[in-house]
Design a protein around this ligand. Structure first.
Ligand code: SAH
Ligand code: SF4
Length: 374
């Protein structure tokens, strides 16, 4: 399904496309820079704030472009300082954006490092057996503007609490493309969005602070490897053999490990940077000794970092999170073998921060409320 909004989201425009539009309506080129400054540096909420633009141009822009392509309908903070924004898009679809705060050592005025997790699709078509987004199925791709606007929403939320807005820089430190959806399946809208975030006329946010996570779409991994930017890559591996991956990730039947591993190698070589292998620990499925041994071989061969993520329970699915002891055994095996490894003690567990879960719960509650109302 393709959603065609009444107006184009302004956050989907590049400097070139804005200049082309301005030329069409016989406006000078320098207006593009002024508009972009208002959007990304001064973080204007409305066209009326753009006081150095002629009134007639502001009116024209407001007829042509949408400045608020998503509406914040819900902020929910968890005990561990993870905050989830539920955003409503023009067609009523819901997406999630998560603010993850990690304590900062050497505390200055701001006492936490912020990572923003963004979505790229409404739902997901890839149907991984453990994932809430996969359960709901795919509804549509997000547009470039809808992807960028998630970060702008966060800036608007955070700007009042940081000095960074005054310095005209982003109000957060890292972006991870790990929310709802498979980013590489929406490559055509994702790449322009990442370029807008990265551009000096845009959010001016470093490519090395942006991580794209994929379940393993080999052709797109190679395409991204060939782009000039130094975006970081994370692979949702979750199984160290085809047998285990096939069981929980249908994508592995299209792109099995013998294709995926060389693609990761190519990415690592092209960017001279470690790729991260995400590995959810699911009891008895992939937390066995055999899997840890095979994962060690893969990680050492690729020179990759491994991030272990104890499975976050999804309502309606039978998978289990292993005990802390089992998690530790797996972690220690990797560590002992010399693998660069971390274990994520899940952030935002209490607000269902894993992939698509808040949306699923909200939709269920909405459906129940509607059902009750009839
Ligand atoms: N589609 C992309 C990015 C979104 S998913 C991908 O699969 O990489 C982001 C991460 O959340 C992935 O590593 C995914 O496997 C993980 N994830 C999904 N469901 C989870 C759950 N219930 N518990 C823990 N992690 C989960
Ligand atoms: Fe889609 Fe990623 Fe969830 Fe798999 S883990 S269903 S690819 S969002």
């Amino acid at each position: 399904m393709k959603f065609v909004p009444k107006k184009k989201p302004i956050y989907g425009e590049s400097k070139d496309s804005l200049e082309a539009y301005l030329a069409e309506i016989k406006q000078p080129k320098f207006r593009a820079k002024q508009i972009l400054d208002w959007l990304y540096k001064k973080r204007a909420f409305s066209w009326d704030e753009m006081t150095n633009l002629p009134q007639a141009l502001r009116e024209k822009l407001s007829e042509e472009f949408e400045i608020t392509p998503s509406k914040r309908i819900f902020d929910k903070a968890s005990a561990d300082n993870t905050e989830k924004l539920l955003l409503e898009l023009g067609d009523g679809s819901l997406i999630e954006t998560v603010v993850i705060r990690a304590p900062q050592t050497g505390v200055g005025q701001e006492n936490s490092r912020k990572t923003i997790c963004i979505s790229t699709q409404v739902g997901c078509a890839y149907g991984c057996k453990f994932c809430a987004s996969g359960l709901a199925g795919w509804k549509r791709d997000l547009s470039t503007g809808e992807i960028v606007s998630q970060l702008i929403q966060v800036c608007h939320l955070e700007d009042s609490t940081t000095q960074r807005a005054k310095e005209e820089i982003a109000s957060f430190d890292n972006i991870v493309v790990m929310g709802m959806g498979e980013p590489m399946a929406n490559y055509k809208n994702l790449l322009p969005a990442l370029r807008i975030l990265n551009a000096d006329w845009g959010l001016n946010f470093g490519a090395r602070r942006i991580t794209v996570s994929t379940s393993g779409l080999v052709p797109r991994i190679i395409e991204l490897a060939n782009e000039p930017e130094q975006f970081r890559l994370a692979i949702s591996l979750h199984g160290a053999t085809n047998e285990v991956r096939n069981q929980i990730m249908p994508v592995n039947k299209h792109y099995p490990l013998e294709e995926l591993i060389p693609a990761i190698k190519k990415y690592t070589e092209a960017k001279s940077r470690m790729v991260t292998l995400e590995f959810i620990l699911i009891e008895e499925i992939n937390d066995t000794l055999d899997q840890s041994e095979k994962l060690i071989d893969i990680a050492l061969d690729l020179g990759a970092h491994v991030n272990l993520i104890p499975y976050n329970k999804v309502e309606g699915l039978e998978w289990k999170r292993p005990s802390i002891t089992r998690q530790d055994v797996f972690y220690n095996a990797l560590k002992k073998a010399g693998v660069s490894v971390t274990i994520r003690r899940e952030k935002g567990h209490d607000i269902a921060a894993a992939c698509g879960q808040l949306k699923l719960k909200t939709e269920k509650a909405q459906a129940e409320a509607e059902g009750a109302a009839v």
